[in-house]
Design a protein around this ligand. Structure first.
Ligand SMILES: [Zn+2]
Length: 119
């Protein structure tokens, strides 16, 4: 490859409208996302995610995803690849129903009634 070809392969002036137009958006996402691991992979995943969602939707997703501790945040690449910005906190699975009665209750509500009766 000649120097001229190399220069042509890189178009900083076209970055705004080209495939990397989201690069600044990614930096904003990266600042917002507390678990900063695997940035290059995250950047690639971000580029793919931007085909499905806007920068605002992704940032809103981060805000919704808020986890109490650092360790609860999944890797940003995973978060992006799995479309986690679509997660809704209210739809998390309820705590599993554990029945300690014998025989087991027919349902969660019946179980709750027994427990409320002290059995
Ligand atoms: Zn029960």
């Amino acid at each position: 490859m000649s120097a001229r070809e190399g220069a042509e392969a890189y178009h900083p002036a076209n970055g705004r409208t080209g495939a990397m137009a989201w690069r600044d958006d990614f930096e904003a996402f990266w600042r917002a996302y507390p678990r900063k691991v695997g940035k290059l992979a995250a950047e690639r995943a971000y580029g793919k995610a931007r085909k499905l969602a806007t920068a605002e939707e992704l940032l809103a997703g981060v805000a919704r995803y808020r986890k109490p501790s650092y360790a609860d945040w999944c890797h940003p690449t995973t978060w992006l690849n799995q479309g986690r910005w679509l997660d809704e906190p209210g739809t998390a699975a309820p705590a599993p129903w554990v029945c300690s009665h014998t025989p087991h209750c027919a349902g969660r509500n019946a179980c709750r009634v027994l427990v409320s009766l002290g059995r």
